[in-house]
Design a protein around this ligand. Structure first.
Ligand SMILES: Cc1cc2nc3c(=O)[nH]c(=O)nc-3n(C[C@H](O)[C@H](O)[C@H](O)COP(=O)(O)O)c2cc1C
Length: 170
């Protein structure tokens, strides 16, 4: 699959079949996040990879928009240490680029995903740190839910190309 095809055929998928994601695939997905561009090359990202079913169920119970985690084959939390990185100007761009890299790498591997936004909505993350025993200074930016779907999954159409939104200055 080339890059453009990967971008165009990625979809947010929120329920998965019962199939384990190999540890090596999870590690490669995370590695691809680390290759994302980063403002001032600060690379403020840290990752937690969760495959424990009990923890995933507990997370799902505490995330209004994260109910799909009960069927996830693996979950990656993209985080930053708020004590270490105090220059917040580009934190969302940085970690957003990192998250998107991982969605695309997963897709290229045949693993479906959905991005669950956490930061800067501070009402979403207070329990997550507790459940996973993650230090309180670690701010959770996004949660990536990953899993397989049946090969016959039909992709819903996406209307994304609006020529009137493109402005050429030549
Ligand atoms: C910053 C951000 C936060 C999101 N948060 C959630 C979420 O909490 N729960 C969810 O089911 N989907 C979430 N999504 C996924 C969007 O709903 C999804 O990308 C959008 O509907 C477009 O569908 P597509 O990804 O299939 O193109 C989020 C996406 C982004 C970029």
């Amino acid at each position: 699959m080339n890059t453009l095809e990967c971008i165009k055929t990625r979809r947010s998928i929120r329920d998965y079949i019962d199939k384990k994601i190999e540890k090596s695939d999870l590690a490669e997905i995370v590695e691809s996040g680390m290759y994302a561009p980063s403002a001032h090359n600060q690379q403020p990202r840290e990752f937690y990879i969760i495959t424990d079913k009990e923890k995933l169920n507990a997370l799902s119970e505490n995330l209004e928009f994260g109910k799909m985690l009960t069927t996830s084959g693996g979950v990656v939390l993209v985080c930053f240490d708020k004590n270490k990185y105090t220059d917040m100007d580009f934190i969302q761009s940085d970690l957003g680029a990192c998250t998107q890299n991982m969605l695309l790498t997963a897709h290229e591997k045949g693993i479906w995903s959905v991005w669950i936004g956490v930061y800067p909505l501070n009402n979403r993350d207070h329990k997550i740190n507790e459940i996973l025993n993650i230090p309180q200074q670690t701010e959770i930016f996004s949660i990536i839910s990953l899993g397989y779907q049946s090969p016959s999954l039909s992709l819903r159409d996406k209307k994304c190309v609006f020529p009137e939104k493109i402005h050429w200055i030549e």
